[in-house]
Design a protein around this ligand. Structure first.
Ligand code: FAD
Length: 322
């Protein structure tokens, strides 16, 4: 019997699997719908350009967006060990400190103010450049500056400063405003995903089992308590039930977590009934209040050969790869 079942091996699931299995008395089962993170593009930082085109993702798109002339957008969400950290742009950003403070002060989320979460960020980090009030260098997650910046970046920063925008060497430090280099979740020029940082070093732990290609279809609730999960472990296969002695942890992502909760009857009861799901726990907030950011690109033509664009030619890509 397993003590903890964790659904979803994204960053949240990988970190929890690592921390919970630190205690050899706990048995931990980590379930992931996607496969292993074997693909070489995952580990090569520049492979990101290919990731958003569908490798290791669910293949979802949005409903037509009524404020954008009903356009339908690709909505990339990871389906692989490491979750988003295996396919994302590797920008090391914590967001704005004031957002955390607003969660605490305006929404009443005790313990989520920036001063409360900062020690956890520091504990996670193996920052190759900073060790100070905002950064740690002893954690598992590799964080570093870009290793091959181009002169055009410096020209852009100078132009920003000429317009009065300050140069900022650290967007996760005292202030977020300014122009400068992002730090990246990379170590020694390789992606430092949650899988690489939190699972790889503990492969030998006997009390942690990681199962891939397992789709959890429902959380099993008995007498108001989550006691296990229902899953399918091969396409077209029969549903099986696994029991958790202590806890079921839902770390299935911004879309996957509410989806799984709602499939399990946890969510707004009236809505669940209207789509044929029997409610087991009326929880109105589930499946709403999503906040996300759009990516906007400004594309400009350069006066010469100043960017990485040149490497889009096959022979130069091969050379850069070597
Ligand atoms: C294209 C892209 C670019 C991004 N760029 C950046 C960036 O540069 N910097 C940054 O900080 N953040 C970035 N992000 C966001 C970041 O990756 C996410 O915030 C982070 O991965 C969320 O972690 P998570 O563990 O909550 O969920 P996820 O990473 O979404 O992981 C959830 C996991 O659960 C699995 N799962 C879901 N449902 C089930 C189920 N029913 N059964 C079994 N398994 C299931 C999924 O397959 C997935 O692997 C980006 C995200 C994307 C998609």
């Amino acid at each position: 019997m397993t003590d903890y079942i964790i659904v979803g091996a994204g960053p949240a699931g990988c970190v929890l699997a690592n921390r919970l299995s630190e205690n050899p008395a706990n048995s931990v089962l980590l379930l992931e719908a996607g496969g292993k993170d074997w693909h070489p593009y995952i580990h090569m930082p520049a492979g990101f350009a290919k990731m958003t085109k569908g490798i290791a993702s669910w293949g979802w798109s949005t409903v037509p967006q009524r404020n954008m002339k009903d356009r339908v957008f690709w909505y990339t969400q990871a389906k692989v060990v490491g979750g988003g950290s295996s396919i994302n742009a590797q920008i090391y950003t914590r967001g704005n400190a004031r957002d955390y403070d607003a969660w605490e002060k305006e929404e009443g989320l005790a313990g989520w103010g920036y001063r409360d979460v900062l020690p956890y960020f520091k504990r996670a980090e193996n920052n190759q450049r900073y060790a100070n009030d905002f950064h740690g260098d002893q954690g598992p997650l590799g964080v570093s500056n870009p290793i091959a910046p181009l002169p055009i970046c410096e020209a852009y920063f100078r132009a920003g400063q000429e317009m009065g925008i300050p140069f900022n060497p650290d967007f996760n430090g005292a202030a977020q405003e300014g122009v400068g280099y992002y730090q990246l979740t990379q170590k020694d020029a390789r992606r430092s995903s949650a899988s690489v940082a939190y699972l790889k070093p503990i492969r030998a732990r006997k009390n942690l089992t990681v199962r891939t290609d397992v789709l959890v279809t429902r959380i099993v609730v008995e007498k108001g308590r989550a006691i296990g999960v229902e899953l399918v472990d091969r396409p077209g296969g029969e549903k099986k039930i696994l029991h958790a002695e202590r806890e079921v942890i839902v770390s299935s992502g911004a879309i996957g977590s509410p989806k799984l909760l709602m499939q399990s009857g946890i969510g707004p009861a009236d809505h669940l009934k209207s789509v044929g799901v029997t409610p087991v726990h009326d929880l109105p907030g589930v499946g709403s209040n999503m906040q996300d950011h759009l990516d906007l690109f400004v594309i400009a033509e350069c006066t010469g050969d100043h960017t990485y664009d040149n490497y889009a030619k096959l022979h130069r890509t091969a050379w850069a790869g070597l």
